[in-house]
Write a protein that binds this ligand. Structure first.
Ligand SMILES: *[C@@H]1O[C@H](CO)[C@@H](O)[C@H](O)[C@H]1NC(C)=O
Ligand SMILES: *[C@@H]1O[C@H](CO)[C@@H](O)[C@H](O)[C@H]1NC(C)=O
Length: 331
């Protein structure tokens, strides 16, 4: 897919990054030696099919977008995003206290017109990355799916006219790498079921917005919906990275800022403003493929009338790490 000189540069870069990371890991006191703690406090939720009891008094759960980084994010405690993801994770477990989490990751694009979702309770992780140190392929992340919640989501998608089906599929690194920071099994376990739903295999912002709208009723049951991707993501241009952390390329700030303005716009105009962002002249530089961007549209769709706010961002090399929240966090 890339011209060979680009792949060559990319391979060299990956190789050198890997060696650097490996060297650091061998020196550190083994963040990889994670034991698999038991999944505690999984709540009883045998009542998914019933609508929420008194949604008038119950606030809707907020919706989040995480910029999740690469498979190395869970090992790099010096990266500025690390404490940010930890803080957001604690906000969710300590204040929102969700009944379950539904996650849409950049790394699962099912079909152009069909959504897939995991409906199994126990699955293996998917190591969907290449050229990283062997230890990265032993990462763990204890989690439980929920066949009941999966079937409720299938119902909601069907009501919205979205074709969908359940499959057995484990979490990909778009989920487990960032979640190992935000919801560290040792320090801040999620403690509730986690169901991953795919994106469409398309770059259609409106279709992804409607996907979010379709699952929005879950928020009335205190289910937290999270999209995970990156707000700027250009792997090809990593070869231009200079410095540590690497200075951002020009389109990183312009695109990240434009996206912020659109996401934070009045919810009445947000859908159109966000769709326009994908047509900007810098959009194809910021996202040669739109897979890492689409989860923001799912989150905004799920947000309904609730405003979005960028809680943090960071510009580095050919990447932007903006984090968003839609709706209110309970006091
Ligand atoms: C879960 O809740 C349902 C009804 O709310 C109850 O019938 C069932 O026994 C509960 N299961 C557990 C394991 O507590
Ligand atoms: C951790 O992240 C920082 C900021 O991007 C970077 O400078 C550093 O090289 C990274 N460390 C490793 C081991 O990748």
């Amino acid at each position: 897919m890339f011209p060979s000189w680009i792949s060559r540069h990319f391979t060299v870069l990956l190789l050198s990054t890997s060696i650097l990371i490996l060297a650091l890991l061998l020196n550190s006191s083994s963040p990889l030696a994670r034991s698999l703690p038991s999944l505690t406090k999984v709540k009883n939720f045998s009542s998914w099919s019933k609508p929420a009891q008194s949604s008038a008094n119950m606030p809707k759960a907020p919706v989040y977008f995480f910029s999740h980084g690469g498979p190395d994010v869970q090992y790099n405690k010096t990266h500025p995003v690390y404490p940010v993801l930890q803080r957001i994770g604690k906000e969710i477990t300590q204040k929102v206290k969700p009944k379950a989490v539904v996650v849409f990751s950049a790394h699962w694009q099912a079909e152009p017109n069909e959504i897939h979702l995991n409906n199994a309770e126990d699955t293996d992780l998917i190591y969907d990355f290449y050229g990283f140190p062997p230890e990265f392929y032993k990462a763990t992340y204890p989690n439980k799916g929920s066949p009941e919640l999966a079937s409720r989501i299938l119902g909601l998608l069907s009501d919205a006219g979205i074709r969908a089906r359940g499959v057995k599929r484990g979490l990909d690194h778009g989920v487990f790498s960032g979640f190992n920071v935000a919801f560290s099994p040792e320090e801040n376990p999620l403690g509730c079921p986690l169901v991953q739903v795919s994106l469409f295999n398309s770059e259609d912002p409106d279709a992804h917005f409607r996907l979010g709208q379709a699952v929005a009723p879950l928020r009335d049951d205190n289910v937290v919906i999270i999209g995970t991707g990156m707000t700027v993501h250009n792997l090809r241009d990593m070869r231009f990275a200079r410095g540590s952390p690497a200075a951002p390329l020009p389109y990183v700030a312009s695109f990240d800022n434009a996206l912020k303005e659109a996401v934070e716009a009045d919810p009445a105009v947000r859908k159109d403003r966000m769709a326009a962002v994908t047509k900007r002249p810098d959009a194809k530089q910021a996202h040669p493929w739109m897979d890492h961007l689409m989860p923001v549209y799912v989150a905004a769709g799920a947000a309904g009338e609730d405003k979005g706010v960028q809680t943090w961002t960071f510009h580095e090399s050919s990447f932007a790490w903006a984090q968003y929240r839609f709706g209110e966090v309970p006091a």
